[in-house]
Ligand binder design. Sequence first.
Ligand code: APR
Length: 178
Amino acid sequence: MINVIQGDITTLPVDAIVNAANQVMLGGGGVDGAIHRAAGKELFNACLKVPEVRPGVRCPTGEARITPGFKLPAEFVVHTVGPVYRDGQHGEPEKLANCYRNSLALAAESGCKSVAFPCISTGVYGYPIEDAAKIAVREVREFLSRAETPRRGDAAMEVVFCCFSSGDKAIYEQLLKD
Ligand code: APR
């Protein structure tokens, strides 16, 4: 099931919220900053423990890492790193799609039944919201259609798109009507 809301992702009592992080994965501005502020210092310490895959990179673009949520209502934070948008001709769509795929897979592996996404890459990283939302809805639908054949009655996952602005929410709602 997919829902769209407008609000602050740090307040959502879901199993996992997804953080639009950067590759260093030690906090930043935007939703990353909000999540770290709400989760508290322990989140920073947990991120510090995530091994660097190369100097200064804990989470390469398109990949995902999971930590506890600490003071957040959410049990987990799935950190993912979206592409910095240039012109859409440098692999940005595929990298953004990977953010959704890998975040959902990681949340599912951790037993999460509800996951909330911000509009990854559409702030500081400059991804046009319409293009990014199309990718987000397509990837979540694809994942849920595969997961929707629950074995032994285990419920499929609920995904929430948590938009910060009403404009973004309207774009997602239109896409979900189609
Ligand atoms: N709840 C939900 N969404 C939020 C919140 C919040 N509390 N705060 C911001 N947003 C929205 C923004 O309005 C935007 O729509 O999250 C979306 C993603 O924007 P950014 O947070 O700027 O993330 P992104 O574009 O992926 O850039 C990532 O920014 O903050 C730094 O450390 C981060 O370097 C990384 C870069």
